[in-house]
Design a protein around this ligand. Structure first.
Ligand code: MG
Ligand code: MG
Length: 272
């Protein structure tokens, strides 16, 4: 079976450069939102800031209208895992808010997410966020040309398990990305290495661990979007879009291309 049989989209270097443009818009928008995620702001206000940031950069918010989604970002607070809809909810000290953002430039997509503390949060939440972000980077760092997609999955799971008892959400996964936001292959956050499509130049993937302080079980609220933990435990979600080039790994949604984090993990930086 060839890669194309699995529906995996292989981009040219010029097309990857297009994805980098979208990724920079996403990365800068998330950094802007991180600064605004303070007690007293509503999630709808964060959404307005995001839409302005995306459109003023000449990009289009990819979430707005996606299967009817009504906003430019997802905002998921505390026990909400992903896909929360921005609205009247006002952030309070001690909350954690996951912000997921996507943008399109010239038809190419970027997709990334961060979880941000609001004011002072409990130490266990700081740990949850740190472990989730580290797991994302370990997953990206495990990807190399000639490897397989679940090498990433395995590295994410191994890191989370090494840190204690946490829930690794299985109902949602990372994904291929390019001329559409969600493409094959799925990138699960758990599993054995060495399976799935081969990692080749021109493939772009979104890696996005969703980790809880309790179990892996989730439910969807009556708004048909918001995913919450079944046990009410709090959750964290980090995501980046990355690709592999002939010289290394390039995190398209990180403003620095991922160079600092990759270098710290001993992974060659492949940006241009
Ligand atoms: Mg996302
Ligand atoms: Mg995604």
């Amino acid at each position: 079976m060839g890669l194309l049989d699995r529906g995996v989209e292989i981009k040219s270097p010029e097309q990857i450069d297009g994805m980098r443009k979208a990724g920079i818009v996403v990365g800068r928008t998330l950094e802007l939102l991180r600064g605004h995620a303070r007690a007293g702001i509503s999630t709808a206000e964060l959404d307005g800031i995001a839409e302005d940031s995306i459109r003023s950069a000449g990009a289009t918010p990819s979430f707005l209208g996606y299967h009817g989604f009504p906003a430019s970002i997802c905002t998921s607070v505390n026990d909400e895992v992903v896909h929360g809809i921005p609205g009247d909810r006002v952030l309070a000290d001690g909350d954690v808010v996951s912000i997921d953002c996507g943008a399109i430039v010239e038809g190419w997509h970027g997709d990334a997410a961060i979880t941000v503390p609001v004011g002072e949060v409990a130490a266990e939440l700081t740990n949850l966020m740190r472990i989730t972000e580290e797991a994302m980077w370990r997953g990206i760092a495990a990807a190399h040309l000639g490897g397989r997609v679940t090498d990433i999955s395995h590295a994410v799971e191994r890191h989370v398990r090494s840190q204690g008892r946490y829930g690794i959400v299985e109902d949602y996964t990372g994904h291929g990305i390019g001329s559409a936001m969600h493409q094959p292959p799925n990138v699960p956050n758990y599993g054995r290495p060495g399976k799935g499509p081969r990692l080749v130049e021109g493939l772009a993937l979104a890696v996005e661990p969703m980790i809880t302080g309790g179990t892996k079980e989730t439910d969807v609220l009556e708004d048909d979007w918001t995913v919450v933990t079944t046990d009410g435990s709090r959750a964290a979600h980090f995501e980046h879009t990355f690709t592999l080039t002939s010289t290394g790994t390039w995190v398209l949604t990180a403003p620095d291309g991922g160079e600092a984090a990759l270098t710290a993990l001993g992974v060659p930086f492949g940006g241009r």
